[in-house]
Design a protein around this ligand. Structure first.
Ligand SMILES: Cc1cc2nc3c(=O)[nH]c(=O)nc-3n(C[C@H](O)[C@H](O)[C@H](O)COP(=O)(O)O)c2cc1C
Length: 343
């Protein structure tokens, strides 16, 4: 069924509709099928060798679902059942927002890539909390939070604080999304003055809770290394627990799609295969620069089991996929876990 959605809707028609159908399908399949429950229970039993201890949490395996698939917390349990070791929901903003006008997600099949300018369409933090409350997570769930696009500059920190404090009790990890280039206002948030303005109050807020949950930041892959070095220095000083590296890229380098096709698509950022070299080198750089003091979740362009392994060998403590799932279907999860299991 997933393959049908990919072949006929994702590749030919609308990647965004395919994504919606896939989320709906996952929800209905898991709720109605006893076989699915047995199948996922069987898979889970076999995975002990892949376990990882990180952030004081025990991950059943190092492969996670990246943000932007389960934007609203509609199917985290079903994705965990499929074999993911953790799921990052979001990005979630304090208030619901429609995102940019459609079409806003485009498939580039020859490049195994996607271009998107979604603008973080999501149903808001209250909706996500309601999902988490009524369907308690069966495994590790991270919430990726961001500001609302309509918020003014001086409301940015408040937005993050609101989303953070509302969702804190319901998830295991919080990821601050500092890297969303197609949302007006989020560009430049990764610059040092903004990073400290944002990280300091969030880390202070965390001290109000009895349980110290891990706080990570998600960065753009488009930083120069010296810029990134300053960010990493600040993160280590401020007590940030880890880095999600990385988000989509503004660069269109390496795409074979014609200039005309890209012009027709218009603005947007690239995910998938062309991003892999960049994210791999970023993971290596972060690991070397911090001497392993800041654990990295490596994400960007992982489309094969070999790349998943290479990303872990480059120093990523955990990895995530998003576009790979769209092109290869859930079979990719199994293939990656099998490859990692053999090492
Ligand atoms: C359609 C789409 C929507 C996304 N939405 C978000 C988002 O809301 N927040 C975020 O932090 N990353 C988002 N991402 C970025 C992914 O989480 C991931 O970092 C990026 O796509 C690189 O991984 P990939 O090549 O495996 O897709 C999105 C990606 C895609 C393709």
């Amino acid at each position: 069924m997933f393959k049908l959605i990919i072949r006929h809707v994702f590749l030919r028609f609308s990647p965004e509709l395919a994504h919606r159908l896939a989320v709906t399908y996952m929800k209905s399949l898991a709720r109605n099928s006893v076989l699915f429950a047995l199948y996922s229970a069987f898979r889970k039993r076999k995975r002990h060798s892949l376990e990882r201890e990180l952030f004081g949490l025990r991950f059943p395996n190092p492969l996670g679902l990246a943000a932007g698939f389960d934007n609203n917390g509609d199917c985290y349990n079903e994705m965990l059942d499929l074999g993911f070791g953790f799921v990052e929901i979001g990005s979630i903003t304090p208030r619901p927002q429609a995102g940019n006008p459609k079409p806003r997600v485009f498939a580039l099949p020859k490049d195994k890539a996607m271009i998107n300018r979604t603008g973080i369409n999501n149903k808001g933090v209250e909706y996500a909390i309601n999902q988490l409350r009524t369907r308690p997570p069966k495994g590790i769930v991270a919430a990726n939070i961001a500001m609302n696009a309509t918020s003014k500059f001086d409301e940015v920190v408040k937005d993050y604080e609101t989303a953070f404090s509302l969702i804190y009790d319901f998830v295991d990890i919080i990821v601050l999304n500092l890297s969303w280039p197609n949302v007006p206002g989020l560009q430049g948030l990764g610059d040092i003055p903004y990073i400290s303005d944002l990280i300091d109050p969030i880390m202070e807020l965390r001290q109000c809770y009895d349980i110290n949950k891990p706080v990570l930041i998600k960065i753009s892959p488009d930083y120069e290394h010296d810029q990134l070095g300053s960010i990493l220095d600040y993160c280590m000083m401020a007590g940030i627990d880890g880095i999600v590296a990385a988000n989509v890229t503004e660069s269109r380098e390496g795409l074979t799609a014609s200039a005309d096709t890209l012009k027709k698509i218009g603005p947007g950022e690239v995910s998938g295969a062309p991003l892999y070299a960049k994210s791999l080198s970023l993971v290596k750089y972060i690991n070397e620069y911090t001497g392993g003091r800041l654990p990295v979740i490596g994400v960007g362009g992982i489309m094969t089991p070999e790349q998943a392994l290479e990303m872990l060998e480059a120093g990523a403590s955990l990895i995530e996929i998003n576009t790979g799932l769209a092109y290869e279907g859930p079979g990719l999860i199994k293939k990656i876990l099998k490859k990692l299991d053999r090492q």
